[in-house]
Write a protein that binds this ligand. Structure first.
Ligand SMILES: Nc1nc2c(ncn2[C@@H]2O[C@H](COP(=O)(O)OP(=O)(O)OP(=O)(O)O)[C@@H](O)[C@H]2O)c(=O)[nH]1
Ligand SMILES: [Mg+2]
Length: 497
C-alpha cells in the first residue's frame, strides 16, 4: 500500500467543503448551551486562573507562512493550511507552548503550512469536542479568519470527539496520532517500513470507520455523501469494510513476520561474527543521522524535519585503535508516540536492545532536553530494551547554551558534549566508544605464517593487537580476540592465557 492511497492519507488530503452558511444558524443557537456547559465545567477548576481558562491563549511565533509567494503557491498544491489546538492540563505555560511548538514541527514535517496555534487551559479535554464547545466556536472564527482547511489537535482524540469538533469548526480535524502516522507513511522507504506503517494506519482507522466513512466509501466507489448527520455508509457497509480491513491486516502481519525473520538472520550473522554493535537512539531531530555521518562518513539523509529517518541504517565503523564495529541509526522517538507505532516499530527498537552500546543522542540546544531524554527512556523501557550500556551524547554543543550543557553533563553521569556539525568532541566520543565496547575475551600469542595474511587482518579488525613482530617464520602476534578467532589461531598458538 502506498502512502497516497492509505486511509489516513486520504483523510488528510480530502478537504471537507465549507458549509458555513447553512450551518451558521445552528452554531449560533448552540452557543447558549455551549457556554452554560463551560460554566458548569468551571466549578472544579479552582487551581486554574479564571482568565486563563476563559481565553484561548495564542502561542506566538508559530506561523510558518512564507513570504515568497511562488513558494506558497507551490506548497499549497499538496499542503494543508492548518491551525493547531492544544489542551493544557498540567505543567507550566512553557511546557504547553513547547508541546504546541513540537506539534507545529510535526505538521510542517507532514507538509502543512501552520497558520496559527492556540491552547486552552482545562483540567481535562472535553469529552465531546476536546476543547470546550464555546472555545470550539472561537476556533471556528480563527479557522475562517486564517483561511485554514484543517485543524490539528495535540492529542489522540476519540472518534466521537473528532466528529463533533469537525461539526463545529466545519473543516477537517485530525489528531496528533493521525499526523504522526501520516509522516511515517510519507517517509517509510523499505518494504517492511511501509508495511508496518500501513498496518498501524489500518489499526488506527478501524474504530474510526464511521467518522471517516464518507471518504472511505468514496475511495471504494460507494455512494455515501450527504450531510453531516448522514455521513458515512450504513451499518452493513461499515461491517463489510471492517471485515476487509481486518483481513488485510492479518495478511500484512504475516508478511511483516516473514520480513522480520530475514532481518533477524542478518543480525544473528553479525552477532556470530562477533562484531560489536552500537545503536544511535534519541529523540527525533536530535542529530542522530548527522552523528552517524560524522562518525562514519556515511551518506545518511539529514533533514531539519522530524522523522527524517524511518528505516534502520547500519554502517561499518572503526575505532581509533582499528577495531571494527557496526553503527546503527534508528527511528527518532517522540513524546506520546502513537501506541500502534510503538508496536509497529518494535523491531527497530530491537536493534537498540540487542546492541552492545547505545549512544543516546539529545539535542542540547532544545528548550527541554531532559524531557526528551526521559521520553526516549520510557519507550526503551516499554519495549524491554533495557540493560544496554548507554553514553548520553549531548549534541549541537555549538548552538547550545553553555549553562544547559554544564547542567546536563553534571546530571547525566556518563555523558559527553559534541557537535556533529563542527566536529567538536567527536574525537573524544570515538575514544569513549572504543573504551566502552566489549573487549575480546581470549588473549593469544601466535606465530602466523605469511601465507595466512587474512588471519592477521582479521585479528586487527576484530580483536585488539597488543604487539606485532615480523619474523622470518611469520607474523608474531600478541592479541586479545574473541573465541571463534582464537580457535582459528589455535594451530599457530604458542601460549594461551
Ligand atoms: N547546530 C547544530 N545542528 C545540528 C547538529 N547536528 C545536527 N544538526 C541539525 O539538526 C537537524 C536534524 O538532524 P538529523 O541528523 O536529521 O537528526 P535525526 O536525529 O537523525 O532526526 P530524525 O531522523 O528525523 O529523527 C538537521 O537540521 C541538522 O543539520 C549540530 O551539532 N549542531
Ligand atoms: Mg535521522
Amino acid at each position: 500500500m502506498t502512502s497516497s492511497s492509505s486511509p489516513s492519507q486520504d483523510k488528510l488530503s480530502s478537504a471537507e467543503p465549507n458549509r458555513a452558511e447553512s450551518l451558521r444558524a445552528d452554531a449560533l443557537m448552540e452557543e447558549d448551551v455551549a457556554w452554560s456547559h463551560e460554566i458548569d465545567g468551571e466549578r472544579d477548576g479552582d487551581q486554574f486562573d479564571r482568565q486563563e481558562r476563559a481565553a484561548l491563549r495564542r502561542v506566538a511565533g508559530l506561523s510558518t507562512e512564507l513570504e515568497d509567494v511562488t513558494e506558497v503557491e507551490y506548497r499549497q498544491l499538496r499542503l494543508e493550511r492548518v491551525v493547531l489546538v492544544g489542551v493544557w492540563t498540567s505543567g507550566t505555560v512553557q511546557d504547553a507552548e513547547n508541546s504546541l511548538a513540537e506539534l507545529a514541527a510535526l505538521a510542517e514535517t507532514a507538509g502543512a503550512l501552520v497558520l496559527d496555534g492556540v491552547i486552552q487551559r482545562r483540567d481535562k479535554p472535553d469529552p465531546a469536542t476536546y476543547i470546550g464547545s464555546g472555545k470550539a466556536d472561537e476556533l471556528r472564527d480563527i479557522v475562517l479568519e486564517t483561511g485554514a482547511d484543517t485543524v490539528v489537535c495535540d492529542g489522540e482524540l476519540s472518534p466521537g470527539q473528532l466528529i463533533h469538533l469537525e461539526d463545529v469548526v466545519k473543516v477537517k480535524v485530525v489528531d496528533r496520532t493521525a499526523l504522526i502516522l501520516d509522516i511515517f507513511a510519507q517517509h517509510a522507504k523499505s518494504r517492511e517500513g511501509k508495511a508496518q506503517v500501513a498496518l498501524a494506519q489500518m489499526q488506527y482507522m478501524l474504530p474510526r470507520l464511521r467518522g471517516w466513512g464518507q471518504s472511505l466509501s468514496r475511495q471504494m466507489g460507494g455512494g455515501g455523501g450527504g450531510g453531516m448527520a448522514t455521513r458515512g455508509p450504513g451499518e452493513t457497509k461499515i461491517e463489510t469494510d471492517r471485515r476487509r480491513i481486518r483481513e488485510k491486516m492479518a495478511k500484512m502481519r504475516r508478511e511483516i513476520a516473514e520480513m522480520k525473520t530475514g532481518r533477524d538472520i542478518k543480525r544473528q550473522e553479525r552477532r556470530r561474527n562477533k562484531v560489536p554493535s552500537v545503536a544511535i537512539a534519541g529523540y527525533t531531530n536530535a542529530g542522530k543521522s548527522s552523528l552517524l555521518n560524522r562518525l562514519t562518513g556515511a551518506g545518511v539523509l539529514v533533514e531539519n524535519a522530524l522523522f527524517a529517518t524511518l528505516d534502520p541504517t547500519v554502517r561499518r565503523a572503526e575505532t581509533p585503535s582499528g577495531r571494527l564495529y557496526t553503527l546503527a541509526d534508528t527511528v527518532g522517538f517522540v513524546r506520546h508516540l502513537p501506541h500502534h507505532l510503538v508496536e509497529a516499530f518494535r523491531s527497530t527498537m530491537e536493534e537498540v536492545g540487542d546492541s552492545d552500546l547505545v549512544l543516546h543522542v539529545v539535542d542540547g540546544a532544545h528548550p527541554a532536553p531532559e524531557e526528551q531524554l526521559a521520553a526516549v527512556r520510557e519507550v526503551i523501557r516499554d519495549v524491554g530494551a533495557t540493560g544496554v550500556p548507554e553514553i548520553v551524547v549531548i549534541n549541537k554543543a555549538d548552538a547550545a547554551d553553555p549553562l544547559v550543557l554544564q547542567r546536563l553533563l553534571r546530571v547525566e553521569k556518563h555523558s559527553i558534549a559534541v557537535s556533529a556539525r563542527t566536529g567538536q568532541g567527536i574525537a573524544e566520543l570515538l575514544a569513549l566508544i572504543d573504551a566502552e565496547l566489549p573487549r575480546p575475551e581470549v588473549e593469544v600469542e601466535a606465530l602466523v605464517p605469511y601465507t595466512q595474511g587474512g588471519l592477521v587482518s582479521r585479528v586487527h579488525a576484530e580483536g585488539e593487537v597488543i604487539s606485532e613482530e615480523h619474523t622470518p617464520e611469520g607474523t608474531l602476534l600478541k592479541a586479545r580476540v574473541h573465541s571463534e578467532l582464537a580457535a582459528l589461531l589455535a594451530p599457530f598458538t604458542a601460549v594461551t592465557a
